[in-house]
Write a protein that binds this ligand. Structure first.
Ligand code: DGJ
Length: 391
């Protein structure tokens, strides 16, 4: 009996050890292993969730949400973390580059929620500009704001400037102006019904938020070849994506914006440009749980965007391999090489969230994602060689 008990305890301890993240790792690696612990150069699991990567002067900088352990670990107790790398496999922790503060009157007081930080470099001002989804402390997700911070260096410190509900007073360029004054009897409209969805498509929520500014939750920032930058965000109760032009210094909104997939319920936008076309990968809206990704293509960043369906194929495709998109990372020095970056959230213990990084393939104009247990950047060279031999 006692030996059985001992055996059971041993089994339990073994199971616990397996489920715990490894604390320290071997040496440098040259492979990407999605869904596993990804140790930084100190051997600690990388803590940069909902992230984005900036390439600057020979180095990659990965910015992300610095999560903490246990329930509640999604609220921001430290700030935005940064890691640097020369090879995309081995990442050095550069610390917290935007710090939350103790001042209860600040919008970025400890306990606020900072999500999906993205940093871009402004060649004219020579400043690094960070945008992020900001929720005010104690207000759940109702604030739906986007915050902006600035720095002279990619590794910070970033100084918080302000937050916005974007495009206050402005109407999107691809929604008929006549709808701006449409009158609807809302007492007869029930949320989430078909007639309500139709009214959303016809500007119901755009009108509601016209004066105070549009909602901005999940977001990304994209700098085009001509230096113009765009802030892409889930607006209108996460029903519609807005693509908003930023000012030349990237610190505010010009008021020019378009809507993508009205009432289509898209979150987690990630964008890249390839051969003159813009590609977007998004998710549906199911909180921290994964769902099927969507993809779109456009000849202009402001649209029109054509839906191309779920880019994922094979086993796990219906749940984006248990992840949610966050960024499309162009690999330097390689043609047509983009990495799909996604998060496998762990809401019960957010610090243990995992990263899913997969090579983005294209079949004609369709982006395609296939699961890989382990891969290296050489896949892009192999692809290029086999394409060249077909010519
Ligand atoms: C899904 C979003 O993509 C995440 O960034 C986060 O906001 C969660 N929802 C919160 O439930």
């Amino acid at each position: 009996m006692r030996s059985w008990l001992g055996f059971l305890i041993l089994l339990l301890l073994l199971a616990r050890a397996i489920s715990l993240p490894a604390q320290k790792a071997e040496g440098p690696v040259a492979a990407i292993r999605s869904g596993e612990i990804w140790p930084d150069t100190d051997g600690n699991h990388i803590n940069a969730h909902g992230g984005g990567v900036l390439y600057h002067e020979g180095k990659y900088y990965w910015f992300g949400e610095h999560k903490t352990a246990g329930r509640g670990g999604n609220s921001t107790l430290f700030g935005v973390g940064c890691y640097s790398s020369g090879d995309l496999y081995n990442w050095q922790n550069e610390g917290i580059v935007l710090k939350v503060v103790d001042d209860e009157t600040s919008e970025i007081v400890k306990g606020c929620v900072i999500e999906r930080p993205k940093v871009v470099y402004n060649a004219k001002t020579r400043k690094f500009v960070m945008w992020f989804h900001l929720e005010l402390k104690g207000k759940g997700y109702e604030a739906a704001r986007t915050g902006v911070a600035i720095s002279d260096s990619p590794t910070g410190p970033f100084t918080y400037l302000t937050s916005y509900r974007p495009n206050a007073g402005d109407w999107p360029i691809n929604v008929p102006v006549s709808l701006k004054d449409k009158k609807v009897d809302e007492t007869k409209l029930e949320w989430w019904t078909k007639p309500w969805t139709k009214e959303v498509e016809e500007g119901l929520l755009l009108r509601r938020d016209l004066k105070e500014g549009q909602m901005a939750r999940d977001m990304t920032v994209f700098v085009d070849d001509d230096g113009k930058a765009y802030h892409i965000h889930s607006a209108e109760e996460n029903l519609t994506l807005h693509i908003s032009e930023l000012s030349d210094d990237y610190l505010s909104f010009t008021g020019k914006y378009s809507v993508l997939a009205p009432a289509g319920h898209n979150e987690a936008p990630a964008i890249c440009k390839r051969n003159g076309k813009y590609y977007m990968i998004t998710s549906g809206c199911t909180g921290w749980d994964p769902n099927a990704a969507r993809s779109f293509v456009a000849a202009s960043v402001m649209g029109p965007w054509k839906p191309l369906g779920n880019p994922c194929v094979g086993e796990g495709a219906e749940l984006t391999f248990e992840s949610q998109s966050t960024f499309l990372l162009p690999v330097q020095g390689k043609k047509d090489a983009y990495i799909f970056m996604a998060d496998r959230w762990r809401p019960k213990n957010p610090i243990d969230g995992r990263y899913v990084w997969l090579p983005l393939e294209f079949e004609g104009e369709k982006p395609v994602l296939r699961w890989q247990d382990e891969w290296s950047l050489e896949v892009f060279d192999k692809k290029q060689k086999s394409e060249a031999s077909l010519k």
